[in-house]
Design a protein around this ligand. Structure first.
Ligand code: TPP
Length: 273
């Protein structure tokens, strides 16, 4: 039976606390960036992706690539929520000698497919997987989660041209459109709007959704799991720092690390026991 949207929300809430704790313990930045994509990653791993924790290297698994690799804490915590590895390891995030680095390397943990962190390259890597699957007539799909600032990179648009040209209908790009970059508003850095029209005009079938509305996320996944002709782009409107009142849409949390007191505040606010 598929998990309900209430269950997905509950898991996401727990993960919001876990990643705040990871940022605190590991003195790691990018908490706001991780919070903006939690709902999407939980919905992917608990509903959409066909990938089994007991067979993380199964040839026919779906692939997920977190192109905005600086938000890796959310992927690690979601992998734990699916039992890919033990929860204890989360406390070692970003520590010396840890197998959970702040930017991931391939297979650093089961379920982590690709080294990410250098923005702009991973849609092309996803295309490589998707093209290989098409050539081999294999059934798996590939999902790449990008950030909006990343869409300033020319490599993203070269990849965006390539995928429709090869009819990669097994490829899904999700853009975590939180309207911020490291030091300012995305729109002020380089105009992205109208982002949906841009992907559409490059030949992608495009959806625009609220990236925190679980029902809307699941509905969209439902639509695209049917046979489609083109690669899919989902423009997910999100809020950086989502879910924690004093972090929402405050870009200081791109770099800020929560104190012990703030961690407690988050615990209380999320109702974590
Ligand atoms: C090629 C490259 N240049 C610079 C950086 C440093 N960097 C880390 S996060 C970031 C931008 C963050 O904004 P965005 O990509 O929109 O993601 P958000 O954190 O807002 O989700 C930058 C420039 C990088 N990771 N890769």
């Amino acid at each position: 039976m598929k998990p309900t949207s209430q269950l997905i929300s509950d898991i996401a809430k727990k993960i919001r606390y876990e990643i705040t704790k990871m940022s605190h313990l590991g003195e790691a930045a990018h908490l706001g960036s991780s919070l903006s994509c939690v709902d999407l990653i939980v919905a992917l791993y608990h509903v959409f992706l066909k990938i089994e924790p007991s067979k993380p290297f199964d040839r026919l698994r779906d692939r997920f690539i977190l192109s905005k690799g600086h938000a890796i804490s959310s992927l690690y915590a979601v992998l734990v929520s699916r039992d890919f590895f033990s929860e204890d390891l989360l406390a070692t995030f970003n520590q010396d000698g840890s197998s959970l680095p702040e930017h991931p390397s391939p297979n650093c943990m089961p379920g982590v497919e690709v080294a990410t962190g250098s923005l702009g390259h991973e849609l092309s890597i996803g295309i490589g997987h998707a093209l290989a699957s098409k050539i081999l007539t294999e059934p798996d799909k590939v999902v790449v989660l990008l950030s909006d600032g990343e869409c300033n990179e020319g490599t993203v648009w070269e990849a965006a041209l390539f995928a429709p040209a090869k009819n990669l209908n097994n490829l899904i790009a999700i853009i975590d459109f939180n309207k911020w970059q490291a030091t300012g508003r995305s729109e002020e850095t380089m105009t992205l709007s109208p982002l949906k029209n841009k992907w559409e005009s490059f030949g992608w079938q495009t959806y625009e959704i609220d990236g925190h509305n679980i029902d809307e996320i699941l509905d969209t996944f439902n639509k695209i799991s049917k046979k489609q002709e083109k690669p899919i782009a989902i423009i997910a409107h999100t809020i950086k720092g989502k879910g924690i009142s004093f972090m929402e849409d405050d870009n200081n949390w791109h770099y800020r690390i929560p104190t012990q007191e703030e961690l407690l505040k988050v615990k209380n606010e999320l109702g974590i026991i």
